[in-house]
Ligand binder design. Sequence first.
Ligand code: ADP
Ligand code: MG
Length: 142
Amino acid sequence: MTLTTNSPEETRAFGKEMAGRLRRGSVLAFSGDLGAGKTCLIQGICEGLAVAGPVSSPTFIIANEYAGRLGDGQEVPVFHLDLYRIERQADLDGLGWEEYLYGDGICLVEWADRAPHIFPKDVFKVRIEVAGESERSITVTE
Ligand code: ADP
Ligand code: MG
């Protein structure tokens, strides 16, 4: 599905809605240019998962972990990864991505196209394109 949002608030609201469809072990692979709105959408998803505290791109440390909650109130770890700085296979060594991508948490990965081969088969792909100053086209495929 593809939809267009016209403000960061709309993008966050869509993220909040998406959160309701996530389960333990859900993996979302985000792609789109710098400033497209990947982090913005993830902020909305995290809001929907009742994550307290700030959500920002973990560009320099690769992974953030937040405490989230599913719709039924159960706690779920939320992993927020940013692969922007991954340039070669060796950059993936020792990051512990296996635990994030194949574990029991919800895993949200920015710049997923930096390492497409590490993702499970069952993944939501979320592509964000800049369509105007505050217009973003968001495509989600399963
Ligand atoms: P990314 O993580 O993809 O690099 P960010 O989410 O950090 O992008 O930044 C997106 C930027 O685009 C923010 O400055 C935000 O205010 C702006 N923006 C403008 N319109 C939108 C929109 N419709 N959805 C999301 N962000 C938008
Ligand atoms: Mg970002």
